[in-house]
Design a protein around this ligand. Structure first.
Ligand SMILES: CC(C)(COP(=O)(O)OP(=O)(O)OC[C@H]1O[C@@H](n2cnc3c(N)ncnc32)[C@H](O)[C@@H]1OP(=O)(O)O)[C@@H](O)C(=O)NCCC(=O)NCCS
Length: 278
């Protein structure tokens, strides 16, 4: 079947249809705003919001997003993502390769737990509509989560910090925004209910970590759960880049996970001969 050039053009235009970028010779605009105006008038967090959400944020929304972005940039070389950026750089990867390798470690256990946390908060909030208290809804939601995913609740606990110093500040900013009626506060409520129920169950506090606290912010701001992980990656990319760049100035090549003078333990079979019959 022969198609007219006009209908081909239409088909291709439809194929790459987007509501985000409007680019033609000499013209660049995003979500309807000219890039010249955005460069002059918009912060990077506001630009992220515009690209992901379609409209510009209010000042409070921008401030909360910025706080979450600042809080997650780095956690030093003992964070797997940062360690991998340094290892990859020492093996000769360029910055983009090192960044891609490091970003790939941000999954459910490290850095990506915010996505699961928002889903859990949503489940609690849904259940609380028919429960006698938020704690009751939380208890049921935790049982369901644990039966499906295991005992670790996303957004709580830390390998390193008894109390994550970032969480309190972030929740404080959410509380301020709730007091001004600028966000609803339900995600903060659900997140705190998890801390309370976990403490009652475990007999000790398992405090909210950075992924939990930023998930509260992303939830309050109306971000879809997968975007919590995506936006975390944007933030952590800053630390990953900084450490990869610092590593390029070191004379280390092929940096392993432990210094060469240390050993790991081998606990497989003792040395043996190959079977003769092979
Ligand atoms: C981050 C994490 C891996 C650190 O784990 P850890 O401090 O090494 O904890 P351990 O595996 O040694 O567990 C110690 C105890 O605390 C409990 N615990 C730790 N984190 C927990 C969590 N998130 N939910 C429930 N219980 C938790 C464990 O169940 C265990 O208790 P038990 O002995 O009664 O079973 C873990 O807390 C976790 O997986 N959290 C969820 C994922 C997450 O939020 N990641 C982002 C981290 S910034």
């Amino acid at each position: 079947m022969t198609k007219s050039p006009a209908s081909d053009r239409e088909q291709i235009a439809e194929y790459w249809r987007t509501e985000i970028s409007d680019i033609s010779p000499g013209k660049i605009a995003f979500r309807g705003y000219a890039i010249e105006d955005l460069i002059a008038g918009v912060s990077f967090p506001a630009m992220i919001w515009l690209m992901l959400r379609g409209e510009l944020p209010t000042r409070t929304q921008e401030r909360l997003l910025e706080a979450a972005l600042v809080a997650s940039v780095d956690h030093g070389p003992h964070a797997p993502s940062i360690a991998i950026s340094k290892i990859a750089t020492s093996c000769g990867l360029p910055l983009n390769g090192a960044m891609a390798s490091a970003l790939n470690t941000l999954d459910d256990v490290h850095g990506g737990a915010g996505e699961q946390a928002i889903e859990l908060f949503d489940d609690i909030l849904e259940r609380s509509k028919s429960a006698s208290s938020i704690e009751e809804a939380t208890s049921v939601a935790l049982d369901v989560f644990i039966s499906e995913h295991g005992k670790y609740i996303p957004g709580y606990g830390h390998r390193f910090h008894p109390v994550d110093p970032r969480s309190g500040v972030l929740l404080g900013l959410v509380d301020e925004a709730v007091a001004k009626n600028e966000v609803g506060g339900s995600y903060a409520l659900a997140a705190r209910a998890i801390e309370t129920v976990l403490e009652a169950r475990k007999g000790r506090r398992i405090p909210m970590n950075i992924d939990g606290a930023t998930a509260v912010i992303y939830g309050e701001l109306g971000f879809a759960a997968p975007l919590a992980r995506g936006v975390f990656c944007l933030s952590r990319a800053v630390g990953i880049l900084a450490h990869a760049w610092e590593q390029t100035s070191r004379k280390e090549r092929n940096k392993g996970p432990i210094p060469r003078s240390f050993d790991y333990r081998y606990d497989g079979p003792a040395r043996r001969l190959l079977p003769a019959a092979r």
